[in-house]
Design a binder for this molecule. Structure first.
Ligand SMILES: NC(=O)c1ccc[n+]([C@@H]2O[C@H](COP(=O)([O-])OP(=O)(O)OC[C@H]3O[C@@H](n4cnc5c(N)ncnc54)[C@H](OP(=O)(O)O)[C@@H]3O)[C@@H](O)[C@H]2O)c1
Length: 297
């Protein structure tokens, strides 16, 4: 089937909290790179036309600056681009955002206080133009040994009780963090860096999430070890061979592999390129064989 005809339904659905979402979602961090706002708006509208109804964002996704450290010109916030493109928001759209330390050297490794977390939630509400947030992930910087998420997660649980947030999730965590948080309030998703060749220590976390009905939402599924630097041409030969067999690109095979890790695994590929968006959505229709999966590990 031609790429443009495949919709996000091909990837199937998962109930995130109380909302059904297509397992092929969209990550908005890359949208801010290109100086042309109209291009970003087109990509977002096309994503929704293609059936994407789970969009990941953060108030700190901004260029110039932000986690990608790129860009020139006046600030472009992903949350504001989402509002410009999609408000009034479709009823079935779930926007997941995250709060946590910002990206300047001074605060990068610092734990946010409850009032700082509240300020970030309020900034998301303001930039997205909403009176509540569908899902908020507490993003942490993992530390070796004992590092508790309890105080920060309890602060977000209070905002959930106050009606500012519908559902809570976690980002960059281990199983012990998930256990700790679930003693405080329900956790609907875990978002960690994970791909076929990166952070496979999290295989166990992915499995535990599945057992507990928690969505596992990997980021850098395409970029892998290159992380913020984005995708490259240095794909493993196994990925290339499976791509050739399916008439697909290596990036599509990395996404297809992600979706084959369990029904609770959601993809949030990031792109600012309309052609890449269509290819990513189409990757949800790729069915890998047991031999493909064994080859990819
Ligand atoms: N929780 C956290 O701490 C955290 C951290 C980082 C990211 N995230 C979220 O996760 C999302 C995904 O991460 P990501 O965007 O950094 O990385 P990604 O989805 O793994 O890969 C994005 C890279 O791949 C390229 N790309 C995308 N589709 C492609 C295709 N079909 N063919 C060729 N190249 C393609 C993009 O460039 P083009 O723009 O040129 O397509 C970019 O270089 C982010 O957008 C963000 O929402 C969360």
């Amino acid at each position: 089937m031609p790429v443009e005809e495949v919709t996000a339904s091909a990837a199937g659905t998962w109930t995130l909290g109380d909302r059904p979402v297509r397992r092929m979602g969209f990550g908005s961090m890359r949208l801010t790179v290109h100086p042309d706002r109209a291009r970003a708006v087109r990509v977002l509208r096309r994503a929704v036309e293609l059936g994407v109804n789970h969009i990941d964002t953060a108030a700190f996704y901004v260029s110039p600056g932000g986690p990608l450290g790129v860009g020139t010109g006046s600030p472009r916030y992903a949350t504001e681009l989402i509002r410009e493109a999609l408000a009034p928001y479709p009823d079935d759209l779930v926007i997941t955002t995250k709060v946590g330390p910002s990206f300047d050297e001074a605060s990068r490794h610092r734990e946010l206080t409850p009032s700082e977390l509240r300020r970030e939630v309020e900034e998301n509400l303001r930039r997205l133009g909403r009176d509540h947030l569908d899902v908020v992930n507490l993003r942490i910087v993992r530390k070796p040994g004992r590092d508790s998420v309890a105080a920060r997660f309890a602060a977000l649980a209070e905002l959930r009780d106050a009606g500012l947030i519908r559902h809570l999730g976690l980002s960059n965590v281990r199983v012990d963090h998930l256990d700790e948080a679930r003693d405080i309030a329900p956790v609907v998703c875990v978002q960690n860096a994970y791909a076929l060749d990166v952070n496979r220590w999290a295989d166990e976390l992915l499995r535990v999430c599945g057992e507990r009905g928690v969505a596992f939402v990997p980021f850098f599924a395409i970029a892998g070890a290159r992380r913020e630097a984005g995708t490259g041409d240095d794909h493993d030969e196994a990925v290339r061979a499976v791509a050739r067999a399916h008439g697909a690109t290596p990036q599509q095979i990395r996404l297809a592999w992600t979706l084959h890790q369990g029904p609770h695994v959601l993809a949030i590929p990031g792109t600012g390129d309309p052609a890449h968006l269509a290819q990513n959505v189409a990757a949800g229709a790729i069915r890998l064989t047991p031999e493909d999966l064994a080859r990819l590990r």
